[in-house]
Design a protein around this ligand. Structure first.
Ligand code: UDP
Length: 344
């Protein structure tokens, strides 16, 4: 199949630091090529891929993040060539999804964000102007605010398991890995770590003004006495942190569409202690790859219990359910469905 994959333009594929979507697109592009498909990846020129790479920007324009002109130019570079492909799979965002109405090639758009709030409304509008657009969700929970949208398939994310080696030993610190934002809940991880008296390492992105504000208000005042902020970490640092942690704390308070950090942790053999929100119950098997609690008050108790989880089972759960081959199969099935719908 001739597949055009449209990545977000803001970070390289794969990313060097933060970047969940970029990792998923990298794994998907290489997996599709390995499965024999003819794949063209539209991404910044500093990307590394087994696919054919097409770029308007030599380096990812991260400093211009969110600029509509930059985003549209990148998306249009793909759409003006849509006729060369059997299917276009967009991961770049809503502006590109809206362009689906302008081309004859089937367009499959992966929804990477939550649909509660304004995004859900705009997706409804996009479906109105692009009636043949097919949507892919990352979890079934993600669809809940808008079950009426043109859903084509549910394709949970995958990670390249070789990049997250298993380590059977567990250390004695807790880990928080993720954006510094209220919904990801670094402050809830701090509170739980204090209650159980374990050290906590916090790693994550703090670049946007809101992330800085959150950090100053909720994290900085609580640092010290075993609570440490390491900044945004590279892939190698992240793996070492995951491999050495007793547990990864995932104390979210929002409708997380997927949550790659949970799978990365499982792959390294580290159980996840998470709050029951968003995709958490679809990713973590309670008692096997982690412990799910109803709210933040339950976090400390679960941390004390987490030693009963076998690191090998965490790894096995990641291999069984979140391997690239499974994700590639899911996507190819979705592309075929989109193409057959187009042929009717
Ligand atoms: N990440 C990273 N370094 C950091 C913080 C995060 O590499 O300092 C990675 C993290 O490991 C994951 C991604 O960024 O691969 C975040 O994806 P996730 O789906 O967990 O959350 P999102 O931020 O997309 O809501």
């Amino acid at each position: 199949m001739r597949v055009a994959l449209l990545a977000p333009v803001w970070f390289p594929v794969p990313p060097t630091g933060y970047g969940g979507i970029e990792w998923v697109v990298a794994v998907l592009a290489d997996g599709l090529v390995a499965a024999g498909h003819d794949v063209t990846l539209f991404a910044s020129g500093d990307s590394r891929t087994a696919a054919r790479l097409v770029s308007v920007y030599e380096r990812a324009p991260s400093e211009r993040i969110g600029t509509s002109l930059t985003e549209l130019r990148h998306a249009l570079t793909c759409f003006v060539r849509a006729g060369e492909f059997d299917v276009v799979n967009d991961h770049s965002g809503l502006p590109a999804a809206a362009l689906a109405g302008t081309v004859a090639t089937p367009v499959v758009h992966t929804v990477h964000g939550p649909l509660d709030g304004e995004a859900g409304v705009v997706y409804g509008q996009v479906a109105g102007v692009a009636p043949r657009l097919g949507l892919i969700s990352l979890s079934l929970n993600q669809r809940r605010p808008r079950p009426d949208l043109p859903w084509l398939a549910n394709c949970p994310n995958a990670i390249d398991l070789e990049h997250y080696p298993f380590d059977p030993g567990r250390g004695d610190y807790l880990l928080f890995l993720g954006r510094l934002s209220f919904e990801k809940g670094a402050h809830r991880a701090i509170e739980a770590a204090r209650r159980v008296g374990l050290p906590l390492k916090l790693a994550g992105k703090m670049r946007e003004p809101l992330e800085r504000e959150y950090f100053e208000a909720h994290v900085r005042p609580n640092l010290g006495r075993g609570i440490e902020y390491l900044g945004e970490v590279t892939h190698a640092e992240k793996v070492a942190l995951l491999q050495g942690a007793r547990a990864t704390i995932f104390p979210i308070s929002w409708e997380e569409p997927f949550g790659l950090v949970m799978v990365e942790s499982m792959a390294c053999g580290t159980p996840v202690v998470a709050t029951r929100r968003g995709a958490v119950p679809e990713v973590i098997e309670h008692g096997r790859s982690g412990l799910i609690v109803d709210d933040e008050a339950g976090l400390a108790g679960a941390i004390l219990e987490v030693r009963r989880i076998d690191p090998r089972e965490c790894r096995r759960a990641a291999e069984e359910r979140f391997a690239p081959a499974r994700m590639v199969r899911d996507y190819v099935a979705a592309y075929e469905l989109a193409c057959s719908a187009g042929a009717v």
